[in-house]
Design a protein around this ligand. Structure first.
Ligand code: F0G
Length: 456
């Protein structure tokens, strides 16, 4: 039996990549003010900015799109998706939203009040943003191992149960629910174990608090459980998913990830308590509860995509792609968050550019270097994203300088990964030539999206 794991699909429709030379990319990056967010996508060879909404849909999903029922209320598409979601989650209530952050906004506005506190392994930026916008404090309680990039642990996304109990004791009256992000994107796409989900849920129950999961990458998490957790090796992924949801009282979902669609999201809730308030907010911002900001055809594509996302051959290949790139980086002596996550590889820029001072933004500079060397677009998770420009003109820096390469689903093949590994190793070999940057123009909030840079 040959050892190479092949992509478990073949390609029916292709999208050409426009090839560029290094000289062209130097000019393109300068026009983009040394910020890869400001590039045109067509000028990128491997677009690994995000795995969100960027994947390839299957022939069956495109076929389902033609079945879309665009009725305003009570469309067949809604009921087809409801059946799938109830089967997977075991939850009674489901409303669609146009994407994950809309689900967060609707749920949090409906059930949180100013002065509340929400705990989580790590809040994703939009989750934190939507809580803070409502005056809610967002507290991250991931296990200490989850914060050490080079440390190998099978479930670095686990929440620290001791810290959870301490926080519940101290601030219980302020906490409307506990959250858990599956997989933990902010911590490197790291999974949460079934034992941790179960114990966290029981602990919350003891204090009378519901568990709301942020489940964008629930299928990848379930596959990690199957591969790494005692007792799950022979369980079908779908049953693992069902067990994961059985411990939750509700969930928010960005379907742009494991829903295998280009747009979509939803809220599910187990009981009736919050549903009236949620539906009121939904109608105000998203739409009538049976379409919630999506077209009927989007609902049908999602109904098929959720099932395809749990396919075990696909998931094995999916997790292997990140691991494969990790092995190549290891061989080239490049540091990254270990073990590799489900949807992305997070390169430690300090291991590639050890001599670059923080004032020159090593992760941002590495991002630029990857574009110049190989036309690869990643995203900086470092001091541009998380540092701050203070009123007195000084800067604060982030504890880590990472570049995330996130992989769209079913899109890139093994040769793309081989090419990327070569380009990254090239950059490391020529590290002394990589130029740092300084910020020329920035906005007050989320500056990384729009900031303009000059060479340092
Ligand atoms: N929660 C998590 C864990 C996420 O990773 C994201 C999006 C969201 C919520 C929000 O969902 O984009 O549909 O509104 N993550 C993307 C990323 C943007 O690149 O990691 P959304």
């Amino acid at each position: 039996m040959p050892k190479t794991m092949i992509e478990p699909f073949r390609i029916k429709s292709v999208e050409p990549i426009k090839m560029t030379t290094r000289e062209q990319r130097v000019k393109l990056l300068e026009v983009a003010k040394l910020n890869v967010f400001l590039l045109r996508a067509e000028d990128v060879l491997l677009d690994w900015l995000t795995d969100s909404g960027t994947g390839a849909m299957s022939a069956n999903q495109w076929a389902a799109i033609m079945q879309g029922d665009e009725s305003y209320a009570g469309a067949r598409s809604y009921y087809r998706l409801l059946d799938v979601i109830q089967d997977i989650t075991g939850m009674k209530h489901f409303v669609p939203t146009h994407q994950g952050r809309a689900a967060e906004k609707v749920l949090f506005t409906a059930v949180c009040k100013k002065g509340d506190m929400v705990i989580n392994n790590c809040h994703f930026d939009t989750t934190r943003g939507n809580l803070e916008f409502n005056g809610v404090e967002a507290v991250d309680l991931v296990i200490p191992e989850g914060l050490q990039p080079a440390l190998v642990h099978p479930f670095k996304g686990n929440i620290d149960l001791q810290k959870v109990e301490d926080t519940l004791k101290k601030h219980g009256d302020r906490i409307p629910f506990g959250m858990l992000t599956i997989t933990n994107n902010t911590g490197g796409g790291q999974p949460v174990s079934m034992a941790n989900i179960r114990a966290y849920s029981q602990l919350l129950k003891k204090y009378g608090k519901p568990l709301i999961m942020d489940v964008c990458r629930f299928s990848e998490n379930a596959m990690f459980i199957k591969m790494r957790e005692e007792g799950y090796q022979h369980k079908p992924v779908k049953e693992i998913v069902q067990e994961m949801f059985s411990y939750a009282d509700g969930a928010t979902m960005s379907a742009k990830k494991d829903g295998m669609v280009n747009i979509g999201g939803f809220i599910v809730l187990r009981d009736d308590t919050w549903m009236t308030a949620v539906k009121e907010m939904l109608i105000l911002w998203e739409g009538f509860p049976t379409y919630g900001g999506l077209a009927g055809r989007d609902l049908d594509a999602l109904a098929v995509g959720l099932m395809e996302g749990m396919d075990e051959d696909y998931l094995r290949y999916r997790l292997r792609t990140a691991e494969y790139l990790g092995e190549k980086l290891d061989a080239a002596g490049i540091g990254f968050v270990k073990p590799t996550g489900g949807h992305a590889v997070y390169i430690d820029a300090k291991s590639v550019l050890p001599n670059m001072p923080l004032e020159h933004y090593p992760a941002w500079s590495l991002c630029n270097a990857l574009y110049l060397e190989g036309g690869i677009r990643g995203v900086e998770i470092g001091s541009v994203m998380f540092g701050k420009h203070l009123d007195d003109g000084t800067e604060t820096y982030h504890s880590m300088e990472l570049v995330r390469l996130a992989f769209p689903r079913r899109m890139y093949t093994q040769s793309h990964f081989d090419y990327a590994a070569e380009a990254i190793a090239e950059v490391k070999a020529k590290a002394h030539l990589v130029k740092g940057v300084k910020i020329a123009k920035q906005s007050k909030y989320l500056r990384h999206f729009t900031a303009e840079f000059a060479w340092a």
